[in-house]
Design a protein around this ligand. Structure first.
Ligand SMILES: NC(=O)c1ccc[n+]([C@@H]2O[C@H](COP(=O)([O-])OP(=O)(O)OC[C@H]3O[C@@H](n4cnc5c(N)ncnc54)[C@H](OP(=O)(O)O)[C@@H]3O)[C@@H](O)[C@H]2O)c1
Length: 333
């Protein structure tokens, strides 16, 4: 009999996520109805958007329910099936519970080829974060040779791919990350022209003036807050801002004010576009062809942090919101 271990949302955080927001539980083995499958989780993706889901009740994605398992992108193996679409042993990618096993109707789960790349890559460099980077760079930032592109959270799951794609397009690419090791990796391995440490640098305006002397033509925005305000003030005419996320604001108890002088958008004729990658799934095939091709040619580096054991997921998630991960954060369940 399969006993399910799972982590449920015990309370909604106010400000920083704390350990008591989570509770580990066990659940009895489910009996499958017609059409259902039981999926054993292999890798669980931890992503910043899960923080707003713990509290935001009116967003583009439903909030997690109190007392119910959190859910997230995952790779798993079908271990029982009463659904003709799935066979025992199939490896699938999609939303699963923060649990050792998920009872599922199969909708939204995609079978994947378990050979070729490590399974965790389907959650990172061949998965949602990388797709997000590709979409934001290709369809919003549209960098050209000679332009300057800025990427915040430059070595994160999204940022590391965004920076490399902008570089491959011939742009000068500048980023920021949360420690010296990450900044060095960005320059030495991912090809950034420069990367500054946003935790030790006090004057973001001054460092951007130094590293981006010709201003900024495109911003791939992951951090928001003070970093974004400094970038916004340095955008060039006809600049593009792909507003992907604002991780520096996710734990704020009160919303912070935006950048000063919004008339800049008019003066500089900026295109500031927010986007959610799930609106663009029709382009997934194009992404896989292009980015998969770059990976095969060795033109793309990918860094990940793998945490062992479901029980460590809450701690790892709290760490992600403080920059303790380096690259894509996954839990090996
Ligand atoms: N729009 C979409 O569809 C979509 C899809 C995926 C992700 N996103 C967004 O993209 C952004 C990056 O996501 P990801 O998956 O690549 O996450 P990630 O980089 O794997 O993890 C988050 C990183 O953000 C950085 N960070 C944390 N607190 C910060 C702060 N106060 N100021 C600046 N940086 C901070 C940390 O790196 P450092 O050590 O460098 O600070 C941390 O490692 C997030 O805002 C996320 O919500 C959006």
């Amino acid at each position: 009999m399969t006993e399910i271990r799972q982590i449920v949302l015990a309370k909604r955080p106010e400000g920083d996520v704390t350990a008591d927001c989570f509770r580990a539980e066990t659940a009895a083995s489910p009996v499958l109805a017609d059409g259902q499958i039981l999926v054993r989780t292999l890798f669980l993706s931890l992503d910043p958007y899960m923080r707003p889901r713990m509290t935001e009740l009116n967003s583009y994605v439903p909030a997690f329910e109190l007392g119910k398992p959190l859910t997230g992108g995952a790779v798993g193996e079908v271990v029982e099936t009463r659904n003709p679409r799935f066979a025992k042993g199939d490896i699938v990618n999609g939303l699963l519970n923060w649990a050792t096993h998920t009872l599922h109707d199969g909708r939204g789960l995609r079978k994947i080829d378990a050979t070729g790349v490590p399974l965790s890559a389907h959650l990172g460099v061949l998965g949602m974060p990388s797709f997000t980077a590709w979409y934001g760079i290709k369809h919003i930032c549209k960098p050209k040779a000679g332009e300057t592109v800025f990427v915040s959270a430059a070595t994160g799951a999204v940022g590391q791919v965004a920076g490399q794609l902008a570089k491959l397009a011939g742009a000068t690419v500048v980023g920021c990350a949360g420690d010296e090791e990450k900044c060095q990796w960005a320059v030495r391995e991912a090809g950034y022209d420069a990367c500054f440490n946003h935790r030790t640098e006090r004057d973001y305006g001054a460092v951007l003036d130094k590293l981006c002397p010709k201003g900024i033509d495109a911003d791939f925005e992951n951090a928001g807050g003070r970093i974004f305000h400094a970038v916004f003030a340095r955008m060039n005419d006809f600049g593009r801002i792909a507003f992907c996320g604002a991780i520096s604001e996710y734990q704020d108890k009160e919303p912070i004010a935006g950048p000063t002088k919004m008339f800049t958008i008019v003066q500089r004729r900026l295109n500031l576009q927010g986007f959610i990658i799930s609106d663009h799934v029709a382009l997934m095939g194009d992404f896989v062809n292009e980015v998969g091709g770059l990976l095969k040619q060795g033109k793309l580096k990918a860094r990940e942090t793998v945490i062992d054991g479901l029980a460590n997921a809450p701690q790892a998630f709290m760490g992600l919101l403080k920059g303790e991960n380096f690259g894509k954060l996954v839990v090996k369940v």
